[in-house]
Design a protein around this ligand. Structure first.
Ligand code: 5AD
Ligand code: SF4
Length: 450
C-alpha cells in the first residue's frame, strides 16, 4: 500500500454509511458483498435505498466499452455541486482500478482510494488512511491472501455466490481478465466448505460456485487427495440444507469426465450450463486463441445432454471480432441454430487496451457490428422463447428469491434458471411448486400448487 499525503476531497470524519455499486460480472457482485461485510465490521452500515452514502465504492468492470471513462462521469456525478464536506468519500475498486491504478488518482482528486480485486481486504485500512487525509492505492496481486483476511460471512439470501477460483491463464486475444484478475488460482477446499456452511446456516438454499474458469478449480480435499470441481460439488451436495448447486463460468477445455458425470449423478446440481463459445467460425476461434473448435464445443454439449437430457444451455458471443467476415458470422448463426440455447449473452467486440486483438488489422465497422448483433440476438430470442414455451404445462420447483412487481407477486428461479413469477402465499427462501401456464421470451408465469 502506498499512502500519499495530498488532502482528499471528503468529510474529515469517519464515514457512517456506505454504498457499494458493483458493475459487470457475478464475481464483482461477490466481491462487492464481501467489501460490504468488511465495512459492516468496521462499524459502518449500508446506506438506505435512495439516501446518499458517506462512502461510495465504485466496484468497476473493464471487460467491454469505455468502462474507464464511465467511472469518471460517475465520480463527477457524486461530487457535482457539493462542497468538500458534503461530497462522499470515494473508493474505486474492481478491474478498472487494477488496470488504471495511479492514473485514477491523478485524474480524479475526489477519489480517496484505488483498490484492485486482489487487494480489497485492505479496504478498512485504506478508509482509516482516508479519514486522516491520506489517499492510497493498492493494486498488489497477492492471489489467495485476500480470502484468509476477509471476515466470516453473514449474508442472508436464499441464493448465494461463492468464489472458488479466480484469474485466468487462457489469454483469449480480446480479453483483459488475465491482466486485471491475474493468474488462475483455486481457493483451498476446507475454507470453501466452511464458507458454504456459513452461507447455508444463514439461510442460503442455493450456492453458485464462481470463477473466471470455474471448471479449472482443483485442490486437495481434507485428506490430502487431489479433487476437481466435481469432487467439491459432490461434497457440497452432502450438506442437508443445501438444495441447489450451480457453477459459472466454464471454459470448454477444462471439462473432465467426472464433472460431466456429476450432472447425471448429483440431483442437487442444476441442469443449467453457461458455456461461452464466442464464435462459430474456426478461423475466428483461432484468432481469438480460444484453443477449441466449433465442432469440439458441439461434441462437448452433446455429452452434457447425454448426461442430463433437460440441460438448459447458455453461452457468450462476440460479434465483429477483427477480420470476421459475413460468412464467418453466418457460421456463428448456424451454431446457434444447432445448439438452441435457453438463453445467451452477445456483445459487440470492444478493443481493450493492452490486448493483442486491439491492434489487429481489419477492425470491423460499428454499423456492421450493430447489424450482426441484431441478427444474432433475434436468433437467441427465438430460441429463448421456444425454450420457455416448452415448459408451459409442466410443474416445476422454484426457489423464491424476491417479491414481484405487484403486491402479492413473487419471483423464483426454476432449475433451468428461468425467472418465474406467481401469486400467493410464499416467503423469500421457500421452495415451492408451480404449474407453468404462460411464457414469453423474458417472462414466465406459474400458478402455485397447493
Ligand atoms: N469485447 C467484447 N466482448 C468481450 N468479452 C470479453 N472481452 C470482450 C471484448 N473485448 C465477452 C466474452 C466473455 C464475456 C464475459 O464478455 O463473450 O465471455
Ligand atoms: Fe477472458 Fe478467455 Fe480467460 Fe474467459 S477464458 S476470462 S474470455 S481470457
Amino acid at each position: 500500500m502506498k499512502p500519499t499525503t495530498e488532502p482528499r476531497i471528503a468529510p474529515n470524519e469517519r464515514p457512517k454509511t456506505y454504498r457499494v455499486k458493483s458493475f459487470g460480472c457475478q464475481m464483482n457482485v461477490y466481491d462487492g458483498e464481501r467489501m460490504g461485510e468488511m465495512l459492516d465490521e468496521q462499524g459502518m452500515s449500508a446506506a438506505p435505498e435512495g439516501e446518499d452514502a458517506d462512502l461510495v465504492v465504485l466496484n468497476t468492470c473493464h471487460i467491454r466499452e469505455k468502462a474507464a471513462e464511465k467511472i469518471y462521469s460517475d465520480i463527477g456525478r457524486l461530487t457535482k455541486g457539493k462542497t468538500q464536506e458534503k461530497a462522499p468519500m470515494i473508493a474505486v475498486a474492481g478491474c478498472v482500478a487494477q488496470a488504471e491504478g495511479e492514473e485514477i488518482m491523478t485524474r480524479a482528486p475526489a477519489v480517496s482510494m484505488v483498490v484492485g480485486p486482489q487487494a480489497y481486504h485492505r479496504l478498512p485500512d485504506m478508509v482509516d488512511n482516508a479519514v486522516k487525509g491520506k489517499r492510497s492505492t493498492d493494486t498488489d496481486m497477492p492471489a489467495i491472501a485476500k480470502f484468509g483476511a476477509l471476515p466470516t460471512r453473514k449474508r442472508r439470501a436464499p441464493s448465494a455466490f461463492l468464489t472458488v477460483q479466480e484469474g485466468c491463464d487462457k489469454f483469449c486475444t480480446y480479453c483483459v481478465v488475465p491482466y486485471t484478475r491475474g493468474a488462475e488460482i483455486s481457493r483451498p477446499f476446507t475454507g470453501l466448505i466452511e464458507e458454504a456452511k456459513r452461507l447455508i446456516d444463514s439461510g442460503a438454499r442455493e450456492i453458485t460456485l464462481l470463477g473466471q474458469n470455474v471448471n479449472a478449480w482443483s485442490h486437495e480435499d481434507d485428506k490430502g487427495r487431489a479433487i476437481g470441481l466435481d469432487g467439491l460439488i459432490r461434497e457440497l451436495a452432502k450438506i442437508p440444507d443445501l438444495q441447489r448447486i450451480r457453477y459459472t463460468t466454464s471454459h470448454p477445455n477444462d471439462f473432465t469426465p467426472g464433472l460431466i458425470a456429476a450432472h447425471a449423478e448429483v440431483d442437487k446440481l442444476m441442469p443449467y450450463l453457461h458455456l461461452p463459445v464466442q464464435s462459430g467460425s474456426d478461423r475466428v476461434l483461432k484468432a481469438m486463441n480460444r484453443q477449441h473448435t466449433a465442432q469440439g464445443y458441439l461434441k462437448l454439449l452433446e455429452k452434457m445432454r447425454e448426461a442430463r437430457p433437460d440441460m438448459a444451455l447458455s453461452g457468450d458471443f462476440i460479434v465483429g471480432f477483427p477480420g470476421e467476415t459475413d460468412a464467418e458470422f453466418e457460421e456463428t448463426l448456424s451454431l446457434v441454430d444447432e445448439v438452441r440455447y435457453a438463453q445467451a449473452y452477445s456483445f459487440k467486440y470492444s478493443p481493450r487496451p493492452g490486448t493483442p486483438a486491439a491492434t489487429m488489422d481489419n477492425q470491423i465497422a460499428r454499423e456492421v457490428m450493430d447489424e450482426r448483433l441484431q441478427r444474432l440476438q433475434a436468433s437467441i430470442n427465438r430460441d429463448q422463447l421456444a425454450f420457455n414455451a416448452n415448459t408451459v404445462g409442466t410443474t416445476c420447483s422454484l426457489l423464491v428469491e424476491r417479491k414481484g412487481k405487484l403486491e402479492g407477486q413473487w419471483l423464483g428461479k426454476s432449475p433451468w434458471l428461468q425467472s418465474i413469477w406467481f401469486e400467493g402465499d410464499a416467503q423469500i427462501g421457500d421452495m415451492v411448486e408451480v404449474d407453468v401456464i404462460e411464457a414469453g421470451a423474458n417472462s414466465v408465469q406459474g400458478v402455485l400448487r397447493k
